[in-house]
Design a protein around this ligand. Structure first.
Ligand SMILES: O=C(O)CCC(=O)C(=O)O
Ligand SMILES: [Fe+2]
Length: 267
């Protein structure tokens, strides 16, 4: 993906004014653009020593991580426009029941990383499962990290989401939009979001499908099934094809687990 036109022009204007590519590169990276995107526009202006950052290797490894983790039952739902997989029976029915009971314990209105004036954009409730002194949460965190082939230090705290009838999460991406306040605020400490792993805890609800409109794919909740996708491409550039919409629940309740990983670990 090329840089947005406005930023492309900003780079060209600065190069014309004599600002060095080495000065522009860190500014672009700080605003959430991937090294590969920057390299494409800065090209030969970058000194030889800065043309090949380690990042390229890091993001390629990140993209391959779940494939290298020796997962049984990893099925690709899409591999060209995005990396999207499912694993059926990732959790047993008993484990799902246990997590739903925990979730009911303490819920808060779900938050949004991006700013929108639409009060109905995300109407579910969130449970912060890490706050409970429950040994299964640690085990689940470990199972998720192992499945993704990533160290748990890259993970955000595990959450559950509960949707009552009529509740939904409208079309959004899980990554932070580069060059926005949202990116500056959320990515400041631990960088961009990379992989998402979510698990459906029940299937006895109407509606609640997770639709990926740019992949022409709609996933119906199935108890215990995990969906995992890379919010970045293999160059570390945010992948807009991962746009997804948790459709309104038309009957009953829907429960899911969500776990996001970052491209920087906890210190
Ligand atoms: O509930 C779903 O189907 C999707 C949830 C989701 O996209 C999210 O929490 O970011
Ligand atoms: Fe999402």
């Amino acid at each position: 993906m090329a840089l947005p036109v406005k930023w492309h022009q900003w780079v060209l204007d600065n190069l014309m004014r004599g600002v060095s590519a080495s000065t522009l590169l860190p500014i672009l990276l700080e605003n959430g653009f991937a090294f590969e995107q920057c390299r494409r526009v800065l090209g030969r202006h970058l000194p030889e020593s800065e043309r090949h950052l380690k990042d390229a290797v890091f993001y390629r490894k990140l993209a391959e991580a779940p494939l290298r983790a020796g997962n049984v039952g990893l099925e690709a739902l899409e591999s060209e426009k995005a990396q999207l997989f499912r694993i059926q029976q990732f959790l047993s029915a008993d484990e799902c029941q246990h997590l739903m009971r925990l979730t009911e314990h303490k819920l808060r209105p779900s938050e949004l990383a991006s700013t929108t004036s639409d009060r109905y954009f995300r109407t579910s409730s969130t449970g912060d499962l890490e706050n409970y002194d429950d040994p299964f949460i640690g085990e689940l965190n470990q199972r998720i990290a192992q499945t993704l082939g990533l160290d748990h230090s890259y993970g955000e705290p595990i959450q559950a989401q509960r949707y009552l009838q009529g509740q939904q999460f409208k079309a959004h991406t899980d990554y932070f939009e580069p060059a926005t306040d949202e990116y500056a605020h959320h990515a400041k400490q631990r960088g961009q979001r990379s992989w998402t792993l979510m698990i459906y805890l029940n299937q006895d609800c109407g509606g609640g499908e997770t639709e990926f409109p740019r992949l022409s794919l709609s996933v119906v909740p199935l108890q215990g099934m995990a969906l995992l996708w890379n919010n970045l491409d293999a160059d570390g550039v945010v992948n807009g094809n991962t746009l997804h919409h948790a459709h309104p629940v038309s009957d009953g309740r829907k429960y899911v687990i969500t776990k996001w990983f970052r491209d920087q670990a906890y210190e």
